[in-house]
Design a protein around this ligand. Structure first.
Ligand SMILES: Nc1nc2c(ncn2[C@@H]2O[C@H](COP(=O)(O)OP(=O)(O)OP(=O)(O)O)[C@@H](O)[C@H]2O)c(=O)[nH]1
Ligand SMILES: [Mg+2]
Length: 213
């Protein structure tokens, strides 16, 4: 049966020296090129996660938060945050020799909604990041992902002051299907973030296997 590669199969790690130009080219063994969305509400850690896992220098479209956004972009819990994604994040993460994830990070605020459909176009799966200190802020994004029909996994990005809930409480609150993966990650940590992506890829494989049965 198909199974997702583990994070130790990754081609590059954060502690390794920067990849050479030739390493940046996809290996001939790359067979599955998969578009994945990394989404979630404002300030949940989407850009951080793509930075943590990308084996190429990620593309970011960060702009400084200005006084004008004070009233609309709630910095509760992320006081050190000085920038926000205004269009897209892009990175690439290989899992083993054959699976390559192209990661597309969305902006988090509702005002960027018109971009969402374009960024999501063609995605095979979505990793939805949730901050348990502000669960209700995830509902809109979860609704969008559901609406788009893209299969998804939920990753709880933990912060030092994140409250603890049982899995049952979280599933009920987020209204998740029983087979939707719900994992915990630290978006700053490469292996932790890769493990969250692997849970999503395994979910996609399981769904595809069920469909061909
Ligand atoms: N303590 C802690 N801080 C984190 C973690 N993940 C992200 N941060 C910090 O939280 C802030 C938000 O991270 P971003 O990656 O910019 O969040 P984002 O979801 O891309 O934000 P927008 O694009 O503005 O919606 C940054 O200041 C990060 O350094 C985490 O796992 N733990
Ligand atoms: Mg961002």
């Amino acid at each position: 049966m198909a199974s997702a590669p583990s994070s130790s199969d990754r081609m590059y790690s954060a502690s390794a020296p920067p990849p050479t130009a030739s390493e940046l080219h996809l290996p001939e063994t790359a067979r599955e090129l998969v578009k994945i969305l990394v989404t979630g509400p404002f300030g949940v850690g989407k850009t951080t996660l793509i930075d943590a896992v990308s084996e190429i220098r990620p593309l970011h479209t960060e702009e400084h938060l200005t006084q004008a956004s004070v009233a609309v972009d709630d910095l509760a819990g992320v006081r050190d945050k000085t920038t926000t994604t205004v269009a897209i994040d892009f990175g690439r993460a290989s899992l083993g020799d054959s699976v390559v994830l192209y990661l597309f990070g969305t902006p988090g605020q509702e005002r960027f909604r018109p971009l969402w459909d374009d960024i999501a176009y063609g995605a095979l799966g979505a990793l939805v990041l949730v901050d348990t200190r502000r669960i209700d802020e995830s509902f809109d994004v979860l609704g969008l992902v559901e609406e788009s029909g893209v299969p998804y996994a939920v990753a709880l990005n933990t912060f030092p002051d994140s409250p603890r809930y049982t899995e049952e409480q979280l599933r009920r609150s987020l209204d998740l299907e029983p087979d939707t993966p719900l994992v915990v990650c630290d978006a700053r940590d490469t292996n932790s973030s890769l493990d969250a992506l692997i849970s999503l890829v395994q979910h996609l494989i399981d769904r595809m296997s069920a469909e061909v049965r």
